[in-house]
Design a protein around this ligand. Structure first.
Ligand code: NAD
Length: 361
């Protein structure tokens, strides 16, 4: 199989972790007889510095023409006054939201799985996770508060004020909810819609649409849960969840919480899917400027994102399984990056972790 992959390394640890994921893809190509070609493009602070905008048109064009897009992370260092002072449309995050929007990737799939060898890195008491933790958050990605009308205004008392709006149409909700039900059918047949229907009108629409779609999937158990309760249940009894379906901002927050239960944010991959198979594959963490350039980053989230690309974009299930198994084997052998280090384990850097995973494929 021959595939063209657009690569956005981005900022901070982005170049380090994406380099390791490309190494793994090359190993897969060599072993299984595929050919992956890469075209690197700019986004984020690096793009702003080189071109004056965080998402150059060339990046959009190349990503749209590619078979898939692999992304590291974007974002400036905390305390970078120049970047912090930029208006919203020039900030690195505008690049991220922009590329998701341009590619029309409305569903962000975020699996959170507790790898057995990492049980010690899980901050929850053992009895809470003894039955395992394996859930997927299906998060709406290109609507809601992050894309709604927002403004800084002067209120009627003459005081500075600001607002953001959440707006969702029935069709936007339908396509996301269907993605969640389809995913549940391939897993443990359980969907939990997470909303704030006791307060928000938009959440009540999510509930109405989801309840209707649930009737099309009688084999899937469907429940609704308020987002505040879900935040609590994720640390009280995370094993109860299979597929969580939710809107953009709730999904953003809950998936970071779910990631921490698995040991580290550096372990969680994601796939952002739309109407086409192309998709955007990226770890859920940010550019981690505090550890950038020190060979300390955990590349596993990005490597597992590449595995999701093999599975969802290219239908290469065997190859994706091989990458996931290689990650598990390396962890079983006791190798850890510093974010997941444990007593008696061998701490390795980002590059070494990539090499070890390649060696197991
Ligand atoms: P972050 O996810 O970058 O880092 C949070 C903490 O987790 C840090 O201590 C970091 O060192 C650690 N961490 C993150 N990824 C890691 C990895 N792979 N290995 C080991 N440790 C890891 O979040 P933040 O510090 O809030 O944000 C930093 C920058 O990233 C900001 O500019 C933010 O806007 C941006 N950001 C980008 C994305 C994205 O590109 N998708 C997502 C979130 C944040």
């Amino acid at each position: 199989m021959q595939k063209n992959i657009a690569v956005i390394k981005g900022d901070g640890i982005g170049p380090e972790i994406v380099t390791e994921a490309m190494k793994v893809l090359d190993k897969v190509a060599e072993k299984y007889g595929h050919q992956f070609t890469y075209q690197e493009v700019l986004m984020g602070v690096c793009a702003y510095r080189a071109t004056g905008v965080p998402l150059p048109q060339e990046t959009i064009d190349i990503c749209k023409k590619s078979d898939s897009v692999l992304l590291g992370a974007v974002g400036g260092a905390v305390g970078d006054a120049e970047i912090a002072a930029l208006p919203g449309h020039l900030r690195p995050e505008a690049g991220l939201l922009g590329i998701r929007n341009e590619l029309g990737v409305y569903a962000n799939i975020r699996p959170s799985k507790l790898f057995k060898p990492l049980a010690g890195a899980c901050p929850l008491k053992e009895y809470i996770t003894e039955n395992g933790l394996d859930l997927v958050i299906v998060r709406e990605l290109i609507g809601g508060a992050y894309f709604g009308k927002r403004e800084i205004i002067t209120n009627d008392k003459g005081e500075k004020a600001a607002y953001d709006t959440i707006i969702y149409s029935v069709s936007e909700i339908e396509r996301l909810v269907r993605t969640g039900f389809e995913m549940a059918k391939k897993r443990r047949n359980k969907v939990t819609l997470v909303d704030k229907a006791n307060v928000l009108e938009s959440s009540r629409l999510w509930r109405e649409v989801s309840e209707r779609i649930a009737k099309e999937y009688p084999e899937v158990e469907f429940t609704c849960m308020l987002v505040d309760n879900c935040a609590m249940q994720l640390v009280r009894n995370p094993g109860q969840f299979d597929v969580i379906v939710t809107e953009n901002m709730f999904g953003d927050i809950l998936s970071d919480e779910a990631s921490m239960i698995t040991g580290s944010i550096g372990m969680i991959p994601s796939a952002s899917l739309g109407a086409t198979k192309c998709g955007l594959y990226e770890p859920i963490h940010g550019s981690a400027p505090d550890i950038a350039g020190q060979n300390k980053a955990n590349p596993v989230a990005t490597i597992l994102s590449a595995a999701m690309m093999l599975r969802y974009a290219f239908d290469l299930d065997t190859e994706a399984d091989a990458v996931e198994r290689a990650v598990e084997t390396v962890l079983e052998k006791g190798y850890r990056t510093v974010d997941i280090k444990d007593e008696g384990c061998t701490v390795v850097g980002c590059t070494e972790m990539g090499d070890l995973i390649c060696a197991e494929i």
